[in-house]
Design a protein around this ligand. Sequence first.
Ligand code: MV4
Length: 450
Amino acid sequence: MFSKILIANRGEIALRIIRACKEMGIRTVAVYSEIDADSLHTKFADESICIGPANPQASYLHIPSIISAAEITDAEAIHPGYGFLSENAHFAEICQSCGITFIGPSSENIRLMGDKLAAKEIMRKAGIPVVPGSPGVTKDKEEALKIAQQIKYPVIIKSAGGGGGKGMRICHSDVRLVSALLTCQAESEASFGKADVYIEKYIPRARHIEIQILADKYGRVIYLGERECSIQRRYQKLIEESPSPALTPKLRRKLGELAVKGAKAINYNNLGTMEFLMDEEGNFYFMEMNTRLQVEHPVTEMVTGIDIVKEQIKLAAGEKLSIKQDDLKLNGWAIECRVNAEDPDNNFLPSPGRIDTYITPGGRGVRIDSHIYAGYVVPPNYDPLLAKLIVYGKTRIEAIKIMQRALEEFAIEPIKTTITFHRKVFSTPEFIEGNFSTDFVNKLLGLEGE
Ligand code: MV4
């Protein structure tokens, strides 16, 4: 097992990883940019090193600084968290060439799943259902029009370079398709360095359901249930829950087994998440695979009783999976609200600045994963996530009641946060009844057809 791990991240996920390491008796090294000098993760780690200025390109994304920090402190492994370099195959390779363990899947796994079109083709060949669409990259408008004619509108254009919605457009007609194609190719080039886009049949009112995968280096793969992630604004998740209100035990097993089959098809190791779309008839389609620890991992931890970060570290150290699929039991219901420094009443505009009042909810069934404190100054340079409010109840209704209470108690002032948005969601009948899909947020915000 590692004696020292460097956490190449910041904010709540850096704290989360430091906490797991402490409980495992592993020493920790925090890295921070100049603007993060007063961050909690630098205080909780055994050692901390400044790796550069606020600009992430010159600090958290600057590979030479991070590798140097690991070498200076004799860290045997690096945990990338999520975002930043967590899905950078080149970084994983550099760690390996420097004799530092990258806590995550192999660089091959990362590279393969990073090409969304190649990933889809691999899963299709492995017998995993995928959304009907173009077999390869859609080069020009003639090809696009031909494909749209075959699969029928609405169609969706996607970038092969990434899945977060960049370079993505939903089209309902030839005219819209032709103009959107150029826009998506340009966005894809700008975001991912390649203009490769492809076209799929758009599945309206789909649910986004993902399966947590754990795999060791000896071919064993298990799934830890699913997460319902349909409550998103502009493809950014805001609320996640486990289990999904849309799955029956039979559907859960079917989806979990598909995810395991897909992971085995690419000799996956460590932690991963297989994202699926589920249509209104209950059909599943592979969307993409994320090769990192995800923001929303706590809801899976609450219903499985498994510390996913500790398992990830053990797997990276070469341990065999200690959990058997048949021993895994899902209990209760967990829901997570992402509390971002954004103003829901002003088009979710970022709202950085100093926090004077910080009152966290508590009581039975409440967990807060956060790095903020009274007096903390939220920097404008990074992701706006301030805290994850996670609740756990025996049933979905009990979890909702705990969340409603916790959201009433939660106070972060004077900056604006998404707490007010979450209070609105948790008083909306469709959400409370579990009757929603990926168009829920647009409908709630009165943005139908966006
Ligand atoms: C889709 C889809 C429906 N049909 N693909 C969103 C980002 C990336 N993860 C892929 N996503 C989707 N791909 C097909 N063929 C629905 C989504 C989707 C979504 C779409 C619109 C608004 C919100 C969404 C939330 C999650 C997924």
